[in-house]
Design a protein around this ligand. Structure first.
Ligand SMILES: [Zn+2]
Length: 44
């Protein structure tokens, strides 16, 4: 059963930044849907 869960996550599409559309590595959930670069921009 554990293996099927791993496969499920592997089959998920790559996470993309909702701001610049750049493909992101898996990040902590707290980073949301934007890359580190755009998080800085959001602060402005
Ligand atoms: Zn971005």
């Amino acid at each position: 059963m554990v293996k099927s869960i791993v496969d499920f996550f592997k089959n998920l599409p790559a996470k993309k930044c909702s701001k610049c559309g750049k493909q992101m590595e898996e990040q902590h959930e707290c980073y949301g849907t934007v890359c580190n670069n755009c998080i800085d921009i959001q602060d402005l």
